[in-house]
Design a protein around this ligand. Sequence first.
Ligand SMILES: *[C@@H]1O[C@H](CO)[C@@H](O)[C@H](O)[C@H]1NC(C)=O
Ligand SMILES: *[C@@H]1O[C@H](CO)[C@@H](O)[C@H](O)[C@H]1NC(C)=O
Length: 205
Amino acid sequence: MEGTGSWRLLVFFFSFLLLGLILTSTARLTVSPSSSQLFEHQFMNLSCEDDDGSAGWTVTRNTSRETRAACGADWGKLDAFFCTISYILPWDSGVYWCESSSGSSSSSSSISVSGGSVILQSPVLPVMEGHDVTLHCQTKSPPSELPADFYKDGSLIRTEPTGHMTIHHVTKSDEGVYKCSIEASGESPSSWIHVSAVRRDETQS
Ligand SMILES: *[C@@H]1O[C@H](CO)[C@@H](O)[C@H](O)[C@H]1NC(C)=O
Ligand SMILES: *[C@@H]1O[C@H](CO)[C@@H](O)[C@H](O)[C@H]1NC(C)=O
């Protein structure tokens, strides 16, 4: 009898644990190509995934023209679980996140669509503390590996001969606003690089 009692207690306990996990489950936004800066006239594809799949979440955005605009209804095309824009333009720049029908939100990602000739390819999601991150300074056409200057918070930090910079074992002090420039081509927009200590974000990069 005592054994059955413990079982019940255990089942009871795990039911609560499961309920807790369901209630706190939150979606992740996946962006492809995976960069917080993109050249205009490209294809972009976004999706929401939580631990149970992608049902129930909508990719939502704020831009200079829209507030809490839903993919499929206000912009983009909903294609199965993917939200696609076949031809991105600078006014698709904005903050993107996943929102559930019950009103909960994922963390948001800033995406900047550039009509210029240089972009900084940097992660859409926060970089995990201790991980490496590589930033690419990219010209529009043809994509090249030209020497590039990298700036953090307005100061030149490195000049790299092949246009990409790796920060090893990222720490909180690497967090900041980054941009790059390539001589004769120009300067990229600026993007925040966030550093996170939360394990949850580790699975997407
Ligand atoms: C969108 O990106 C995902 C990867 O994040 C990929 O699996 C999927 O095929 C892409 N969809 C299209 C229509 O390109
Ligand atoms: C979107 O815009 C609304 C209205 O300005 C603001 O309240 C909200 O915080 C914004 N959401 C994000 C994720 O930036």
